[in-house]
Design a protein around this ligand. Structure first.
Ligand SMILES: *Cc1c(COP(=O)(O)O)cnc(C)c1O
Length: 370
């Protein structure tokens, strides 16, 4: 069977280095807010090109803490609106609603799966405080129009950069394109930890300080609590692993690009619609967290692949506004979003997929008939 994603194999590529670093951290006896976290934060901010990286417990917390930080700073308040794509993982939406803010769902572009920038301005009201872009599947969601709108209407640009670490727009990396960004190091992400981990990146000194404080019980000084904070810290152990793995991220993303290119060149079945890299954004780099195709009879294609030993996944079967958790939004309808959720299928893609496996997958796809 060809697995959708072989995380064990990905990590075992760096077995010796990771094990040595883990052992060092274990023996060192300091497990939170120590040298490993500091070193990783510096390395990450250097890599992204921004002034601050703050390690936190996971990607959802990274996004939640950004809004919470803006609320503590008086820049946003509960009841304010955040424009967000309707087709995203539920974490993007939870980070908004968890802070008492209102998500304003916006249709994506059917070709890029990312927010349709031309629809944003109509959604802006007096209550709008931010636009959250989600760099979905590894592709940058950015446009000069976005910065123009943010300037004109005094809005913050928040990036959900959980899926796109390493991607860039004209040389500026995701995580450094807006006012603040949330990253996830969930094990299956392009830079994956050995459990949950995340980070916020920003160039805003005040926001960075506030988030760092909020993530540590709202406290800068032990037993002095400035805010009603959270416990959302990055473990030393995870930071140690991430520091090792960050050294290999560029090479691993490059491998993903090569696989994506192979798929694009060789999948010739007309039943299968290949992902498009936005023509206007030809300078961006896509990091192919997922290779997502569309097809009319998605479940049949998925069965054809699994019958032939290829595991695939669906990102995502149901949009957040149709989840039971959000019955208050169940009356909404977004045809493009719904079409995407009904038609998408994610093929295996990872730095450890072999040429033979990729070729097998392509052959199986090309032999599919609807
Ligand atoms: C993974 C993911 C998150 C959340 O990250 P966790 O570390 O799992 O909390 C947020 N947004 C998107 C788009 C993601 O894919």
């Amino acid at each position: 069977m060809i697995k959708f994603l072989d995380i064990q194999k990905i990590n075992l590529q760096h077995q010796q280095e990771i094990e040595e670093r883990l052992l060092k951290t274990f023996r060192n006896g300091w497990y939170l807010l120590g040298e490993e976290v500091k070193a990783f934060e510096e390395k990450l901010s250097d890599y992204i090109g921004c002034s601050h990286a703050i390690g936190v417990a996971n990607g959802l917390d990274a996004l939640r803490l950004i809004f919470k930080g803006y609320i503590e700073l008086g820049i946003m308040q509960p009841g304010d609106e955040v424009i967000v794509p309707a087709n995203t993982y539920i974490a993007s939406i939870l980070s908004i609603t968890d802070n008492g803010l209102i998500p304003v769902f916006t249709e994506p572009d059917i070709d890029t799966y990312n927010i349709d920038f031309s629809l944003i301005e109509d959604k802006i009201t007096k209550k709008t405080k931010a636009i959250m872009v989600v760099h979905l599947y590894g592709q940058v969601a950015y446009s000069n129009l976005l910065t123009e709108l943010a300037k004109k209407h005094n809005l913050k640009i928040i990036e959900d950069n959980a899926q796109s670490i390493g991607a860039n727009w004209n040389g500026t990396k995701t995580g450094n394109l807006g006012d603040a960004a949330g990253l996830s190091f969930y094990p299956g992400k392009n830079l994956g930890a050995l459990g949950d981990a995340g980070a916020v990146t920003t160039n805003d000194d005040e926001l960075a300080k506030t988030i760092r404080t909020l993530a540590n019980y709202g406290s800068q000084k032990k037993y002095v609590n400035q805010y009603k904070g959270l416990n959302s810290r990055l473990d030393e152990i995870q930071a140690a692993v991430l520091s090792v793995k960050l050294n290999y991220l560029e090479a691993e993303n490059q491998k993903r690009r090569e696989i994506a290119q192979y798929y694009s060149d060789n999948i010739t079945n007309r039943e299968i619609i290949l992902p498009k890299v936005n023509a206007i954004t030809s300078n961006l780099k896509h990091v192919w967290h997922l290779f997502v195709v569309r097809t009319q009879n998605r479940d049949k294609l998925q069965k054809h692949l699994s019958d032939n030993g290829v595991q695939t996944l669906i990102h995502y079967p149901t949009p957040p506004y149709q989840q039971e958790a959000y019955t208050e939004y169940s009356h909404l309808s977004f045809p493009i979003t719904e079409q995407i959720h009904n038609e998408v299928l994610s093929l295996p893609i990872s730095p450890v997929l072999t040429n033979e496996e990729i070729k097998t997958i392509v052959d199986i796809l090309n032999s599919y008939t609807n």
